[in-house]
Design a protein around this ligand. Structure first.
Ligand code: SAH
Ligand code: SF4
Ligand code: F3S
Length: 466
């Protein structure tokens, strides 16, 4: 997925998810089991968590933010970089005391790190009750029910290419934007990346299933849909990705449509045309380049050259005016020289991305690059990362400053965390914007005149006459 990594906090939702009701003379008391869900990693993990929460709701678990109240803690994990794993291990360690205090508590680990480590996780931390791989997430309710009956260690990482069944009703977080997975897995095997090993081979959902889920999300009140896949361009559910995108764009109530992630090797002319001609398809493409020198791109197995990428950017910009382009970059890949790095800086200046998510190469055992010679020194990696970010930040700031005084369409998300009088929203180009609000509501589209620009943020004012 993209470089947009975060830990999501699910808000408890006020619904009855099959909790058992007991009648007393004076009041009704709800006996519900509580689930604390912790999600690490990319948007695909967020979507998987929402599906697992949906399945657990069916057996009586409702979400809570309160760890002490939880009967079940489920950690959905990421292992794309060592730092992601360290965070999870830290978190698992912290739950040891909680389990000692409350022996009935069930602790489960799911997601990519669960798939990668399997039973090792329980060896390392025996207070974990179950480990569920990415292909087994649809089994979560069955596993939890079996642990409710009888306590033992359960590990199921048997089918990495298993898929999530269509009849699941995800318990979606947020209220304006949501994710709909269109495919799972990856066949690309970039030499640094663990994802194909922990997510299995590519498999696409059927279009009818996707349309039904989009309609369901719209009926729940969501205005913005993001179609998800590790590489959406290789969607193969009986139509091309461009056709799928165009069809979803026609679904009533979808105010905005996004997708991620696109691999530059197969972003088609047909897709570019679909975005250009689309009604509510946002003019934003997240197009991870990973590096800016042919030598390293080849060693990464990215199967395109710098020249090809630049041609693609030119084509996209010619067809989609005002398109915003974002990317992912890795510094410190084995064998990276000062010259390769300078080429990357030059490349960044040539493309002028709106934003870039920059990562330090992290050695993932089992991937080809982990055995490559000339692994780069930590100090050099950090220095290069800083330099790269400095160059990109200047570009992002200049691009954002150029937007001052223009009027943009913004999808209102709600009050900002720090100030109730300030609302946040997103432009079609996916830029975060803050503005003083009137009486508009989350989910509305408003016009905002941009007054200030920062590297990762815009500020503006409502245009009168909205
Ligand atoms: N399918 C998505 C990528 C998912 S991983 C895509 O191709 O865009 C998200 C990002 O993490 C990648 O784009 C890459 O920049 C970064 N990444 C993956 N493996 C990494 C590693 N071993 N070290 C550092 N960054 C890595
Ligand atoms: Fe990883 Fe490459 Fe697949 Fe993206 S395309 S998930 S970077 S192997
Ligand atoms: Fe996503 Fe991390 Fe897995 S990036 S696919 S949660 S390894």
């Amino acid at each position: 997925m993209s470089g947009l990594f975060f830990r999501t906090k699910f808000k408890p939702v006020k619904k009855n998810f099959g909790g058992i009701f007991f009648c007393s003379y004076d009041k009704m008391r709800v006996m519900e089991k509580k689930l604390k869900l912790l999600t690490y990693g990319c948007q695909m993990n967020v979507a998987d968590s929402e599906r697992m929460a949906g399945l657990l709701a069916k057996i009586g678990y409702s979400l809570t933010d309160d760890l002490d109240a939880a009967d079940l803690i489920l950690i959905n994990t990421c292992c794309v970089r060592a730092t992601a794993e360290d965070k999870v291990f830290g978190q698992i360690g912290r739950f040891k005391t909680l389990k000692r205090q409350k022996p009935s508590l069930i602790l489960g680990v799911a997601g990519c790190m669960a798939q990668k480590e399997g039973a090792n996780l329980i060896k390392r931390a025996p207070h974990i009750d179950f480990v569920l791989g990415t292909g087994q997430s649809s089994e979560v309710a069955r596993v939890v029910q079996s642990l409710e009956r009888e306590r033992k260690h359960l590990v199921d990482v048997s089918n990495v290419s298993g898929s999530i069944p269509c009849e699941v009703f995800p318990l979606r977080g947020g209220q304006v934007s949501t994710f709909v997975p269109i495919m799972y897995g990856c066949n690309n095997f970039c030499t640094y990346c663990i994802v194909p090993y922990v997510r299995g081979r590519e498999r696409s959902r059927q279009p009818e299933e996707i349309f039904a889920e989009v309609k369901q999300a719209v009926a729940e009140g969501f205005k913005e849909i993001t179609l998800l896949g590790q590489n959406v361009n290789s969607y193969s559910g009986g139509m091309t990705f461009a056709e799928l995108l165009t069809a979803v764009d026609k679904i009533a109530g979808v105010k905005r449509l996004r997708f991620m992630t696109s691999h530059p090797k197969d972003l088609s002319d047909e897709l570019i045309a679909a975005i250009a001609d689309g009604k509510n398809i946002c003019e934003h493409i997240h197009l991870p380049v990973q590096y800016g020198s042919d030598k390293i791109l080849k060693r990464m197995n990215r199967v395109y050259t710098v020249e090809k990428y630049l041609e693609l950017v030119k084509k996209i910009r010619a067809a989609i005016p005002n398109v915003s382009l974002t990317t992912d970059l890795i510094v410190g890949f084995p064998g990276e020289t000062d010259e390769d790095f300078s080429e990357t800086l030059e490349f960044l200046r040539a493309v002028e991305f709106d934003a870039a998510f920059t990562f330090i190469y992290s050695k993932r055992s089992g991937t080809p690059a982990a055995t490559f010679e000339n692994q780069i020194d930590d100090e050099i990696k950090h220095r290069r990362l800083e330099e790269l970010m400095k160059v990109q930040n200047e570009i992002s700031l200049a691009k954002n400053r150029a937007l001052i005084d223009s009027v943009v369409e913004v999808l209102v998300e709600g009050a900002s965390k720090t100030d109730e009088k300030i609302f946040t929203g997103r432009t079609r180009s996916n830029k975060l914007i803050l503005f003083a609000h009137g009486d508009e509501q989350a989910g509305e589209l408003v016009n905002i005149k941009i007054s200030q620009a920062q590297t990762w943020l815009l500020k503006g004012n409502l245009e009168t006459g909205n």
